[in-house]
Design a protein around this ligand. Structure first.
Ligand code: CP3
Length: 354
């Protein structure tokens, strides 16, 4: 691959030969190599072994020809390093064994030392960069403080987040303390990822959409903004993802991110107009469309490319992550289709020049 890659160029809103494409959760159980490793190691064991991380991170790059690699890790490694006991059960997702319920629980969260606990991530990044050998850039990531706090307080995936919202509204000082601690450690962790070789950082605020816009701006955005500011000062490009975020797009832009990642519920063209063309956008295929390869997949990809209209600054992705029931062949087909349907004519042919 030519340097700088089409992924980094699109993120900087520069012209590209065709639209770059990668997928959230492109490494996962739908891939045979991943599935074989997952039979002998737990998810967290996988995350802690740099050579496994490198192998799993590279599998979709080699199998599908995506334009970026994303570090294989999890947003909950940060609170785990701060002393929270949790398991990540296959089928059920994360379960927090010691959810945050009180001021004492928050006071116990470790700030000092958390970064050292995450040293295996820096090792994994360095090893993965070497294995990638410049083929495509490597994306590092973390969870936004709001989404991580929601896991810690509600204890598991829950669309309503009742405990989180009660604590947030009833105990503003505790909320401030918890999110400040998460923010401090997340900034250090992300800067360590950048030092180790992560070339782009994506911040995942998966549960943001469960808040009203006013509450997201008040209780979540200030912490995400601090993270984006620290990364901007370090000169690293960033991507800002929030789930079910149609009502939050302008506020997300305010909080930061060189690219705003869209879910599939919005039309890419109207979302981009609201965000402003001085930002890149990423997205926004419905992940279930990968379950219908052939004509439906092609039509959905064409529709998104039409809405992006060849404007510099579009990175193709899903609106959320690859589902486990997806066939690897469908992912490969989607990557090839994005490249083929978006190929720009080579700039100014010789005949024209003469
Ligand atoms: O390929 C990639 O995108 C990189 C790896 C990645 C994982 N988690 C691996 C993973 C990334 C970027 C994440 C981020 C993450 N983790 C988010 C934010 C993105 C999002 O999905 O909104 C969230 C909310 C989590 C928390 C989490 N971890 C959940 C909800 C789950 C269960 C999901 C499931 O499908 O079972 C996990 C576990 C997890 N993280 C898996 C993977 C591949 C599945 C583990 C397995 O069964 O092997």
């Amino acid at each position: 691959m030519e340097a700088p890659s089409r992924f980094l160029r699109a993120l900087a809103r520069q012209p590209v030969d065709c639209t770059p494409v990668w997928f959230h959760r492109q490494a996962g159980r739908y891939l045979p190599g991943y599935a074989a490793i997952a039979r002998r190691l737990s998810f967290l064991e996988m995350c802690e072994r740099p050579e496994v991380v490198a192998e799993v991170t590279l599998e979709p790059v080699e199998a599908h020809g995506v334009d970026a690699a994303i570090l294989f890790a999890d947003i909950l490694l940060v609170p785990r390093a701060m002393g929270i006991h949790l398991t990540i059960e296959r089928e059920q997702g994360p379960i927090i064994e010691t959810p945050i319920r009180s001021a004492e629980d928050i006071a116990r969260l470790r700030e000092a030392g958390a970064e050292e606990e995450l040293g295996f991530i820096s090792e994994a990044i360095a090893l993965t960069r070497r294995a990638l050998a410049g083929r495509v850039p490597l994306i590092g990531f973390a969870g936004a403080p709001f989404t991580v706090a929601a896991y810690l307080i509600d204890g598991r995936i829950s669309a309503e987040l009742p405990r989180t919202k009660v604590l947030m509204r009833r105990e503003p000082a505790l909320w401030q303390e918890l999110l400040t601690r998460l923010t401090t450690v997340t900034v250090r962790y992300l800067l360590a990822q950048v030092r180790a070789g992560a070339q782009v950082i994506e911040l995942f605020d998966s549960w943001a959409g469960s808040l009203t816009r006013d509450e997201w701006e008040r209780f979540a955005a200030p912490f995400s903004r601090q993270i984006f500011q620290a990364l901007a000062e370090a000169g690293v490009p960033t991507i800002h993802f929030a789930g079910a975020s149609n009502h939050l797009l302008e506020a997300m832009r305010q909080a930061g991110g060189d690219a705003i990642a869209l879910d599939w519920r919005v039309r890419l063209n109207s979302a981009w107009a609201r965000i402003g063309y001085d930002r890149a956008v990423q997205g926004n295929l419905d992940p279930t469309v990968l379950l219908t390869p052939g004509a439906p997949l092609r039509a959905a990809i064409q529709d998104i490319l039409d809405r992006a209209a060849g404007r510099p600054g579009h990175i193709f992705n899903l609106g959320h992550g690859v589902l486990r029931e997806t066939s690897p062949a469908a992912v490969r087909e989607a990557v090839a289709l994005v490249h083929e349907l978006s190929a720009r004519p080579p700039a100014q042919s010789e005949e024209e020049a003469g």
